[in-house]
Design a binder for this molecule. Structure first.
Ligand code: THU
Length: 129
């Protein structure tokens, strides 16, 4: 279900510069599915990742917690989320939440949020402010 949703939204990615289309689909704890794709920009740093798009869609829909996330790309090996997206995912997912990474060839790799981002920055680090 989430793999299929990520596969479908990947085709709508706007990636004219990298030509690397990525799709992401997450199920929130409410049971709803939210999807996102990468959206690039001619000013390269302004582009956004598929994972960030799915998270934005979840928040816009009124959900706040990720129960499971799938990401798919046409890559030789399952592509892990970038560093920034790992922190974004960790903001809205418990450490044991599964992140399933797929290639369009059918390979997959499953990691937990804790495995993706050990030693993450949290609000507790700002306790003295
Ligand atoms: N990208 C994602 O959308 N998610 C990832 O997990 C890795 C990278 C996008 C960003 C950019 O549009 C393209 O892939 C190449 O980096």
């Amino acid at each position: 279900m989430l793999k299929e949703a990520a596969t479908a939204v990947r085709l709508r990615a706007y990636a004219p510069y990298s030509r690397f289309k990525v799709g992401a689909a997450l199920r929130s704890t409410s049971g709803s599915i939210h999807v996102g794709c990468n959206v690039e920009n001619v000013a390269y740093p302004e582009g956004t990742c598929a994972e960030a798009g799915a998270i934005a869609a979840m928040i816009a829909a009124g959900d706040t917690r990720i129960a499971e996330l799938h990401v798919i790309a046409d890559s030789p090996t399952p592509v892990p989320p970038c560093g920034g997206c790992r922190q974004k995912i960790a903001e809205f997912a418990d450490p044991d939440v599964k992140v399933v990474l797929h290639t369009t060839d059918g390979a997959s790799r499953t990691l937990t949020v804790a495995e993706l981002l050990p030693g993450l920055f949290t609000a507790a680090h700002m306790a003295r402010t």
